[in-house]
Design a protein around this ligand. Structure first.
Ligand code: ZN
Length: 81
């Protein structure tokens, strides 16, 4: 189900994990912004640039990351039809 994420993104995620942020958001906030985050990803924009806190949370929280990847895949499949 899960497809590859490009390596530049993975590198950035790893870097984010290694850098502590005092302004972390929680799961609820992450989920509430996730639609927009995925939308930007699909538009070929850089959602991590626009919503660094969401991306930051996704690097730390496995639950949200799985949710994000599932949503991304689902929408990608819709778009490719
Ligand atoms: Zn979370």
């Amino acid at each position: 189900m899960m497809q590859q994420v490009d390596s530049a993104k993975i590198k950035r995620m790893v870097r984010n994990v290694l850098t502590a942020r005092p302004d972390e958001i929680g799961c609820e906030e992450c989920l509430s912004r996730m639609d927009r985050f995925v939308e930007m990803e699909l538009e070929g924009k850089d959602p991590g640039e626009a919503m660094p806190l969401v991306e930051d949370h996704l690097t730390r929280c496995l639950d949200c990351r799985e949710e994000f990847l599932a949503l991304l895949e689902a929408l990608r499949h819709l778009e490719s039809k």
